[in-house]
Ligand binder design. Structure first.
Ligand code: KIV
Ligand code: ZN
Length: 529
């Protein structure tokens, strides 16, 4: 079931764009440190190419791409750029420190994009294809060219542009399904057609990049590979513009589990998939859908009596892959209040975390506090706690204390103390319910115009003493951010989540110099999908 063909011609390059297309999802902002952490994990799990960001978009994007370029040990580090020379030059500067750097440059080629978005004649676009790839090749011999909205591009024009891009020096040709419109047969036919008709097509590697608007991103990507593409652009948990991109864990496991009909292989260590999913969910605060393939919490749960009976008799009755193969560990009772630092560090290593210095001290102190309040501390509790520690390490606003009076005899009342840039602030507020009272305190202490778009609570484990995990999404001037907070007290978790989102919003505000904001807004709408 899991045989791996190892011939080089069947090797599929995994190009991860979690930090670029993924980070473009509304609300999925990551801090600089979070991006570095995700990049480090991607590198260690065997991703071939890390698309680290869009250097011209903002100072923050530039700095992240440059730092990832410096630190990455194995993967190629790639930056995205539009066709303009300023974009390409900035991208080249950002990837310069990389051991192996790639410039990924794109332009729209479909009639609708050329007419309405670019407002250019096809001949002008054709000239720009040659100019942009030539410019990029001055900096590196690893250049990827993408024809944005490729699946809605007229075939003759697509072939001309691909041929010109390869002649100009592009080594990877990506044909994106930017708007998630294609279906597997059609996408495969496009690759076959281009590879047959373009005379120099054997000089480049072809790549798929699929969006999930019709729920076919993974199927389309695999169809493209069947038709000769040997690079898949994907993201952890499938995050990305609108409905997202093809999910990395799904494409990898599809080729592994169904290697009999998809005889391709990748360099990904599949046992790291669960950890990657959890990390990306934690830093973006995007919850993973319970029934998500491979990494959803129900992906290996068997509820019905018939299924459980079958599983007890033989696991292959209902299980096509074993949970351990994607890094799922059986939930274990880990430690209690008597567990020491050594056991804690050991557990962190087992769960895939590497904490040191103050971060380790703070996480250990949080663990001790939790173990004092909660009888059983599970792996999931430790993960929620450490993810929160990582996400809040750079926060400017911190929760110091909170007490709430709730119950049937309102009004509900909260008293909150915050540490804001090292200064203490205290406020007492009423509200229409305890959560409202808590949020009113935050608004009084940190006045802002952000709108609460989402408030969601779920339990990390089972039992009435389970930690509550709260997600909050705030939006301000067209920018939205999401954050999570965890605590056995739902109100404390709510306050942490709201403050987490405010902290992220402050980072976004800093990034958004007027000039950058124009670029960012454009990029988040129609410029890049
Ligand atoms: O979806 C898309 O077309 C893109 C390109 C920039 C590759 O993200
Ligand atoms: Zn895209």
């Amino acid at each position: 079931m899991t045989t791996q063909a190892q011939s080089e011609k069947d090797r599929v390059v995994i190009f991860d764009t979690t930090l670029r297309d993924g980070e473009q999802s509304p609300g999925a902002t990551m801090t600089h440190e979070e991006k570095l952490e995700v990049a480090e994990l991607l590198d260690s799990m065997g991703v071939d190419v890390i698309e680290a960001g869009f250097p011209i978009a903002s100072e923050g994007d530039f700095a992240a791409v440059q730092e990832i370029a410096k630190r990455t040990k194995n993967a190629v580090v790639c930056g995205l750029s539009r066709a303009g020379f300023k974009d390409i030059d900035r991208c080249a500067e950002a990837i310069r420190p990389a051991k192996r750097g790639r410039i990924h440059t794109f332009i729209s080629t479909s009639p609708v994009h050329m007419k309405w978005k670019l407002q250019m004649e096809p001949e002008k676009v054709y000239e720009l294809v040659i100019a942009q790839v030539t410019r990029a090749r001055n900096y590196t011999d690893d250049v990827e060219w993408s024809c944005e909205d490729g699946t809605r591009t007229e075939h003759d024009f697509l072939c001309r542009c691909v041929e010109a891009a390869i002649n100009a020096g592009a080594t990877t040709i990506n044909i994106p399904d930017t708007v998630g419109y294609t279906v597997p047969e059609e996408y495969a036919a496009i690759f076959k057609m281009v590879r047959q008709r373009v005379p120099n097509s054997d000089k480049a590697r072809f790549s798929v990049h699929c969006h999930d608007d019709l729920g076919m991103a993974v199927a389309n990507s695999l169809a493209g590979v069947h038709a000769g593409a040997r690079q898949i652009e994907c993201t952890v948990n499938g995050i990305g513009e609108r409905a997202g991109n093809a999910s990395l864990e799904e494409v990898v496991m599809a080729m592994r589990v169904r290697n009999d009909v998809l005889p391709y292989w990748t360099g990904i260590d599949a046992t790291t998939l669960t950890r990657a999913s959890k990390l990306v969910s934690a830093v973006t605060s995007f919850p993973v859908q319970y029934n998500k393939a491979i990494v959803g919490r129900n992906a290996f749960a068997h509820e019905s009596g018939i299924h459980q009976d079958g599983m007890l008799k033989h696991t292959q009755t209902y299980e096509i892959m074993i949970p351990e193969s994607v890094g799922v560990k059986q939930t274990s009772l880990v430690m209690g209040k008597h567990s020491g630092r050594h056991a804690f560090v050991h557990k962190l290593e087992e769960l895939g975390y590497k904490l040191a210095g103050n971060q380790l001290e703070d996480a250990f102190a949080r663990f001790k506090a939790l173990a004092d309040r909660k009888k059983h501390v599970y792996d999931e509790d430790i993960e929620a706690l450490v993810d929160e520690e990582i996400a809040t390490a750079q926060d400017r606003i911190k929760l110091v204390s909170l007490s709430v009076i709730a119950g049937t005899r309102g009004p509900q009342r909260a008293t909150m103390k915050l540490d804001i840039d090292g200064k203490a602030g205290i406020e007492e507020c009423e509200g229409n319910g305890p959560v409202d009272a808590v949020f009113n305190c935050i608004k009084a202490l940190v006045p802002h115009d952000a709108v609460l778009e989402l408030y969601q609570v779920h339990a990390v484990t089972e039992g009435t003493d389970a930690q509550a995990e709260v997600s909050v999404r705030l939006s301000e001037s067209g920018k939205s951010v999401t954050a999570k907070g965890a605590d056995p007290d739902t109100l404390v978790a709510s306050a942490k989540a709201y403050l987490g989102a405010l902290n992220k919003l402050m980072i976004k505000r800093q990034r958004g110099k007027p000039e950058d904001m124009v670029v960012e807004r454009r990029l988040h709408s129609t410029e890049v999908g």
